[in-house]
Design a protein around this ligand. Structure first.
Ligand SMILES: Nc1nc2c(c(=O)[nH]1)N[C@H]1C(S)=C(S)[C@@H](COP(=O)(O)O)O[C@H]1N2
Ligand SMILES: [Mo]
Length: 488
């Protein structure tokens, strides 16, 4: 089912995917699985009805179902024998179960008919009893098998999540201390208005976006990272060697290209890792190379300009997030973190390969699906308090939020009411130019309904784009706009 879902994710047009993400938010995967379960249940019921009409017609539905499952598994990056065997087994068991259900249904019907036909003295007792038994046999097998499927699914999910004790390994993993001091959080960086997001996003609250229907579970003892392609010599690194490197700690705010204006697909964390440029220096990229295609264990890829990985912005091979090993869903054991670029072109989780190549020769996962091959993060800002549509009292109302222009830094944040003059907000110091900045501003509002907008200017004087554009192909633009009602 996960394999079929994975194929669904890969082949649906970007519009549908956008719609799914917008509709279900980060619960899109759950919705897809639930939808598939419903479709499968309906198909099974349909097969049963077919089989009743015509022998083997229903069995054919199950056979097709099994073949679709196998085909889906074969297209995935990790093809294993159990993965191929599972859909075959599921279809076989399903088919047998259907036969057995139909036999019991037959018994139920036959006994019901007998009961009615038999006009003898026992008819009133025996007949309905036999019918009851037939019905009980059918319903208990149906209920029992449905229950077994649910329990089996839950057990399989739990077993997968803890596969090979990787969760336990992660829990007991001891992160090395960074060799260099982490950038300290300057006093006043956290404004802390009620309703504002914390300056550093706790791991459990960090947004999650990826195409992995089931989180890849990688054993750090078996993990390796290969540098291949246009290099003087290929290099392979294992987890122990990576841990022994001089590691850095950096606060970096990462963001998703699918983040709408005002959206929450953005988060700020303290990452521990080794600069990608050090590893690339060991492999020595050949002249002419301009891109690194990073690949995950499940075959997902991102295209990152070579230049961005080798300049001094400290793009990291990250193993730590906010003081703990990467959570499994955020890329355990190793992911990339690149200041200034959207996640889809840089932040590869469950990282296993860096192929040094050229934009002219290779394309990443999202490029043929309607997204730009390069994705620098756009200057943006968001109002977090008050919430859109909130009402307040006349007098000073405190506004607060965040602004970001990763790797350039924010110079100024302004608000305007009902398209009036821009008023400058109080800008808190950022942790670094690679993180978001918090801001606040008290505004006196007259009674009535008001529209409040925010815009940011980066440290190079570039102003956030006003024109409203949607997320595809390279990130949304427009001013975050909220409405507040002031009641007299
Ligand atoms: N292996 C893999 N890495 C991936 C992705 C993916 O689909 N697969 N999605 C990327 C995208 S689009 C984003 S925005 C970031 C999100 O990282 P997070 O889930 O840790 O917040 O991961 C990136 N890394
Ligand atoms: Mo993303």
């Amino acid at each position: 089912m996960t394999a079929v879902g994975g194929v669904v994710i890969d082949v649906v047009p970007p519009v549908v995917k956008d719609w799914a993400v917008a509709l279900f938010g980060t619960a899109d995967k759950l919705a897809l699985l639930a939808g598939m379960a419903l479709v499968i249940a309906a198909l099974a019921a349909f097969a049963g009805v077919l089989e009743l009409r015509r022998r083997l017609a229903g069995a054919a539905v199950f056979a097709v179902f099994g073949l679709v499952g196998v085909a889906a598994v074969l297209t995935r990056a990790q093809v294993t024998v159990p993965a191929v065997a599972l859909p075959v087994l599921a279809a076989g068991i399903g088919g047998l179960l259907m036969q057995s259900l139909i036999a019991r249904l037959g018994a139920w019907r036959a006994s019901g008919r007998d009961g009615r036909r038999d006009a003898g003295p026992d008819a009133a007792t025996n007949g309905p009893d036999a019918a009851k038994n037939g019905r009980r046999g059918f319903l208990s097998l149906l209920g029992g098998s449905s229950g077994a499927v649910l329990v089996g699914g839950a057990v399989a999910t739990a077993w997968r999540g803890g596969a090979a004790g990787v969760n336990e390994l992660r829990r007991t993993l001891h992160l090395p201390a960074p060799r260099s001091q982490a950038v300290a959080i300057p006093p006043g960086a956290e404004i802390g208005l009620d309703g504002m997001q914390p300056l550093v996003t706790p791991n459990p609250d960090f947004y999650r976006i990826d195409t992995a229907l089931s989180v890849p579970v990688l054993d750090p003892r078996e993990w390796t990272l290969k540098v291949t392609g246009m290099v003087e010599r290929e290099v392979e690194l294992d987890f122990e060697a990576l841990q022994a490197k001089p590691l850095l700690e950096r606060y970096v705010t990462i963001a998703c290209v699918s983040n709408e204006v005002g959206g929450d697909l953005i988060g700020n964390a303290l990452w521990l890792g080794w600069p990608v440029r050090e590893l690339l220096a060991m492999a020595r990229p050949l002249p002419g190379a301009d891109m690194v295609l990073s690949r995950s264990s499940d075959g997902w890829t991102a295209s990152t300009p070579l230049e961005v990985l080798t300049d001094h912005r400290d793009a990291l091979l990250a193993i730590g997030m906010n003081g703990e090993p990467l959570p499994l869903e955020h890329g355990f054991p190793v992911r990339m973190i690149v200041p200034g670029l959207y996640g889809y072109v840089s932040a590869t989780k469950w990282l296993t390969e860096l192929k040094v190549t050229r934009f002219a020769d290779d394309v990443a996962y999202w490029t043929p699906r309607g997204w730009s091959e390069r994705g620098p993060i756009k200057i943006s800002s968001r109002i977090d308090v008050p919430r859109d549509g909130r009402s307040g009292r006349p007098g000073a109302l405190m506004f607060g939020g965040v602004a970001w222009a990763q790797h350039t830094g924010i110079g100024k944040v302004e608000l305007r009411v009902d398209r009036g003059d821009w008023q400058q907000a109080e800008l808190a110091p950022g942790i670094s130019v690679d993180t978001w900045y918090q801001w606040k501003l008290g505004i006196n509002l007259q009674p009535g309904r008001h529209e409040v907008q925010v815009r940011a200017t980066d440290l190079n004087g570039r102003v956030q784009t006003e024109e409203r554009r949607s997320v595809a192909p390279d990130g949304a633009t427009g001013f975050h706009t909220i409405r507040v009602d002031v009641n007299p």
